[in-house]
Design a protein around this ligand. Sequence first.
Ligand code: PRP
Ligand code: URA
Length: 209
Amino acid sequence: MSKVIEITHPLILHKLALIRDKNTGSKDFRELVNEVAMLMAYEVTREMPTETVKVETPICVTDCKMLAGKKVAIVPILRAGLGMVDGMLKLIPAAKVGHIGLYRDEVTLQPVEYFCKLPQDIEERDIIVTDPMLATGGSAIDAISLLKKRGAKYIRLMCLLGSPEGIKAVQVAHPDVDIYLASIDEKLNEKGYIVPGLGDAGDRLFGTK
Ligand code: PRP
Ligand code: URA
């Protein structure tokens, strides 16, 4: 079974409280989501392999560590996952970015795919899928399945909030994918919204409601 990692750093907790606040407007919401994504990226990349390289300091030659091996791809689930990309790129500027467009049908809650554009060498990359909300888990499960169909092997999922139901569903569907969250919330409500949650992440990011 995959790992579920809740990242409860005080800076993340503080920013998450502001993000949840219904009085936080789109501009601040966008900035805060990116800031939390950047802080989470530190933890999500913790197990990336390093290799020893020789570096000449002004004093002598020494052994240092640099990132080794596979390159990274960040894959946001549109739209709301986009809100985490710039923050991630601040820490991993050489990452390539793929896009998967899914929206959740408001009645059935089933994800509907409308776009997919990935780096050509996606099968060789360490992939971090981003989406602020893991509610029923349907969108994340479909996005990861789509990536696997294109040959992706190394996938992590990074969300701000997850419901226990959504986390379980992703773990069952994709037991090889570790899940990183800033908070595991209480539950889903009857409309499939995360409780206490933050409302509709896409609408709050882009000011569409
Ligand atoms: C939201 C969110 C996730 C999905 C989560 O997207 O960003 O992608 O819902 O729900 P699930 O776990 O039940 O699938 P939405 O469909 O509202 O689209 P948007 O990002 O374009 O607003
Ligand atoms: N999508 C959102 O944007 N918010 C939720 O609470 C659930 C799904």
